[in-house]
Design a protein around this ligand. Structure first.
Ligand code: SAM
Ligand code: SF4
Length: 408
């Protein structure tokens, strides 16, 4: 019997293009935070930005040759700390992207910023360069917590950066980390309440993850850093969902909250399984495949670049790009990835899109069972969403659906 999702998919004609994004990774930071495992490096001797700019441009040209002409619907400068870039470097990169492809009118161009005062002073320059949205890494509204997180900025600087961002850009967002050591629900309620009163239309709220091979992981292993247990973490998560919804910034993705229409268009490309180029040291990308790659059952090309900045530059000047991985993603891997990301979205997973990309659909029997268990909702039939109950056991939900996937 044919899966409901796939049949609906064909009949509904309800398909939407997630767009094509360009992600630029700037891998340098003023200091390494003890919880962070992003590809970030400290260079006390400074960074020759003009030298790096040449390499970025070269790698962009390489990607352009691979994927051809297409409209770019969003650009994201992530890191590391892109607010350490000179405005001229950012401007030159945006110009290069616009020259190689076309940037659609009104495209979202985001830059991640650390809220140190020196960096906030650069906001105007970033705006003139073409950036129209900043995402500020505030992390906490408590000075003693910022110290514990190894941050270089104060709460006052973070608040000042938010004010400057509100004056300078059409849109801005900020990040907080919660479920920190010894944090009680009452503490978090007060802190989140303060954050929600600061006028941002978008917030990214992440539970602290103990990443392997970080100083926090060593402290955790030694029993010197204790994070909230599972029950407390669930309670903190639920409090977060309730308070953000009540404030008009409901979660549109597990950790991302926005007023309607203020969602990050770039991140939605990832979560809706659109294609994106990733350039710069340690960047990941998902590129469209050439027609003849279909013979390999590939529906996307997963790319990643050399992580060490100096080695990346050498590779780019030797071979035109710093890619160390260009791996075909098979239809069934793509279906799993879509499941993983789509179920984090409030709008859910569009089975039309899953079928278009992978030719696969989850089994009707499993969907019906998960709906009966109260973990999943299906409305209309080609959209499935994790319920509040399901969101708490998302891994289990994803595993069961993944096992039921079949070609239709
Ligand atoms: C690439 S990082 C940082 C951007 C910027 N350099 C900063 O630190 O503000 C993006 C976000 O990931 C979050 N993050 C990084 N490591 C984390 C961890 N171990 N647990 C939870 N959130 C984390 C932080 O909220 C951070 O703002
Ligand atoms: S959290 Fe941000 S500033 Fe800190 S090391 Fe990671 S990328 Fe750099």
């Amino acid at each position: 019997m044919e899966a409901v999702g796939a049949a609906q998919a064909r009949e509904s004609g309800d398909s939407h293009d997630p767009g094509f994004g360009v992600y630029v990774h700037w891998p340098f930071c003023a200091q390494k935070c003890p919880y962070c495992d992003f590809n970030s490096h400290v260079r006390h001797g400074g960074v020759d930005q003009a030298h790096y700019l040449d390499a970025y441009k070269q790698e962009l040209r390489y990607v352009r040759d691979r994927v051809g002409a297409r409209p770019v619907t969003s650009v994201f400068f992530g890191g590391g700390t892109p607010s350490l870039m000179q405005a001229e470097t950012v401007a030159a990169l945006i110009d290069e992207i616009a020259k190689l492809w076309t940037i659609t009118p009104g495209a979202e161009i985001t830059l991640e910023a650390n809220p140190n005062s020196v960096e906030a002073e650069r906001f105007k320059g970033f705006r003139s360069a073409g950036v129209n949205r900043v995402s500020i890494g505030v992390q906490s509204l408590r000075d003693e917590e910022l110290k514990r997180l190894g941050r270089l900025h104060s709460v006052a600087e973070a608040k000042a950066a938010i004010e400057i961002a509100a004056r300078t850009f059409d849109r801005f967002s900020f990040d907080l980390i919660y479920a920190r050591p010894k944090q009680t629900i009452a503490d978090w309620k007060t802190e989140l309440g303060e954050a929600l009163a600061m006028g941002s239309q978008h917030l990214s709220l992440y539970q602290l993850t103990i990443e392997p091979d970080t100083p926090f992981a060593a402290l955790h292993a030694a029993g010197k850093l204790v994070v909230p247990g599972d029950d407390d973490a669930v309670a903190l998560f639920e409090t977060t969902q309730e308070m953000t919804s009540a404030a008009g910034l409901p979660a549109y993705e597990t950790s991302n909250h926005a007023a309607p229409g203020e969602e990050s268009q770039h991140n939605l490309i990832y979560w809706r399984y659109g294609c994106y180029a990733g350039v710069g040291p340690g960047a990941h990308g998902r590129l469209p495949v050439a027609v003849n790659d279909f013979a390999l059952d590939a529906v996307r090309l997963a790319t990643s670049t050399e992580k060490m900045p100096e080695t990346w530059v050498e590779k780019v000047s030797a071979q035109g790009h710093g890619f160390v991985e260009q791996t075909p993603v098979t239809a069934s891997e793509a279906a799993d990835e879509m499941l993983l990301m789509g179920l984090r979205l409030k709008d859910g997973l569009n089975l039309v899109l899953v079928h278009e990309v992978s030719g696969m659909a989850p089994g009707d029997g499993e969907i019906a069972q998960l709906v009966a268990d109260g973990l999943l909702s299906q409305d209309p039939p080609h959209i499935i969403r994790a319920t509040d109950k399901g969101a708490v056991v998302l891994d289990e939900l994803i595993r069961r659906l993944s096992e039921s996937f079949g070609r239709v």
